[in-house]
Design a protein around this ligand. Sequence first.
Ligand code: CP
Length: 316
Amino acid sequence: MHLKHLLGIEKLSKEELLFLLKNAQSLVEISQRELKKVPALRGKMIINLFLEPSTRTRSSFEIAAKRLSADTINVGASDSSVVKGESLFDTAKNLEAMHPDVIVLRHKESGACEFLAQHLTHCSVVNAGDGLHEHPTQALLDLLTLREHFGKSGRSLQGLKISILGDVFHSRVARSNIFAHALLGNQVTVIGPATLVPKDFENFGTNNVRVAHQLSAIEGSDVIITLRMQLERQSKHFVPSLQEYSENFCLNKKVVHSLAPHAVILHPGPVNRGVEISSDLLDSDQALVFNQVSNGVAVRMAVLLAVATSGKEKVV
Ligand code: CP
């Protein structure tokens, strides 16, 4: 299966979602080999255009490309002509003139990836997070992590109760996960203060989303996706203080004690310890944050393969 672009989970079919997950699962073992490299994308060029900061996504896209033998370059906001005022359009058109196969874009504006996909003629575009819109590879790596975890006890990804807790309004991770779990038919509850979890999330993408404003709504969850408080996107005060927010919504061991033993915690990172999740819970076995990061490499390998090849190239 070949994808021209990956702009968001919303645009994927369930078949495409499951195809990417299956391929990612098969690519996990490449990172566990002594020689962590296969020739699948030899001769292909991938540009990571990250115009917003990133640690996990940028490094894992680069590692993924290198494990597939692609050539990569990284272009950031502070070390490119963006600081001289060059527009996204001109930046991307100039990069495309160097014949890359894929541009991976992170941008602060929602819709920036769609915009590039409309204006670039030759190369594929992969969304590495655009504004409040989507972060599709984060949702895919979250799903891969859940598939690994629940697969151990013979459960599938379907039939899970998912809670998404925290700054849902500013979260592209939340939006991509809501679309993904809608495709799987899973029930999603979004939880947080009314300012950060508006009532109209009930109608977001699916009619299977519940909105709650008390932490106790996590009861019965199989999965709790905790979200970072995105202070850099908050132009006004959404909560009276971080202390008050954490008193009401910080996930901690005492709160999750009532959940079933199989219940797990995800967090996309970076984490504000003690604000959205307590340090001891984050460092416990119940939190799968490093599994998420590891799986990010395999997911991004699968995505790069799907957009940069006809789908016929052998991986090993
Ligand atoms: N989860 C995530 O997108 O992290 P980074 O901002 O570090 O890439």
